[in-house]
Design a protein. Structure first.
Length: 212
């Protein structure tokens, strides 16, 4: 069963979830109550129209979350001590971060381990995004990075598509495709953006190995 975890009573969220055929749980913790669970942080702009696709991804992946910000990497957040701890695990800080405010998790061994490890890494304070990145590298679940646009509402995405079309872009609403950017590491992107996404991660990989 698919379901969402919200942090406080929300009639709108409960109504939207019902229309999607998803269960709803109001809780502050990180127990995974459904086979496929979406954790939604308070105040998050939820892309309700995309949630069926998000739950669908969990048929293959253990977890999925949107990218946080392009250009913001692990060396731009947290304290020096927090970054040092992260680098000891990831061996690099030029890594993109994720929006755990919209986190899909499958109730699999790896999915549950990811949550448990993340919470353990958050103990004692520090940046939650860096802690999540460390957990990803420690657990190595099948993780799918969703486009940053998942953190925008339907109206914002529509305006973005409209502006792109007015600029003469060929982009029109299209299905997302899966791109493997490293063994066991995938991202979702529009087909027309595939080359840009692949090149972005190749540059990051070259930088990690001292080749650019």
């Amino acid at each position: 069963m698919n379901g969402i975890v919200i942090r406080k009573e929300d009639a709108v969220a409960q109504s939207k979830a019902k229309k999607l055929g998803a269960g709803v749980c109001v809780a502050q913790g990180w127990e995974i109550p459904f086979d496929c669970t979406l954790f939604i942080a308070a105040g998050t702009c939820v892309p309700w129209d995309l949630l069926p696709a998000g739950f669908g991804f969990l048929g293959k992946w253990d977890a999925a979350a949107p990218l946080w910000r392009y250009g913001a990497s692990a060396n731009t957040v947290g304290t020096p001590a927090d970054q040092k701890r992260t680098q000891a695990i990831t061996h690099d800080l030029r890594l993109l971060l994720y929006s755990h405010e919209l986190l899909f998790v499958r109730k699999s061994e790896a999915g549950q381990s990811l949550i448990a490890t993340w919470l353990a890494e958050c103990q004692g304070g520090g940046d939650a995004r860096l802690a999540f990145l460390r957990a990803l590298y420690m657990v190595k679940p099948m993780f799918c990075a969703l486009p940053l646009s998942w953190m925008a509402d339907l109206a914002q995405r529509a305006r973005s598509d409209e502006k792109a079309m007015l600029r003469g872009s060929k982009r029109v609403p299209e299905p997302l495709i899966t791109v493997e950017i490293a063994p066991g590491r995938f991202v979702k992107c529009y087909k027309s953006d595939k080359d840009k996404v692949v090149e972005r991660f190749r540059k990051m990989a070259r930088g990690r190995h001292g080749n650019g």
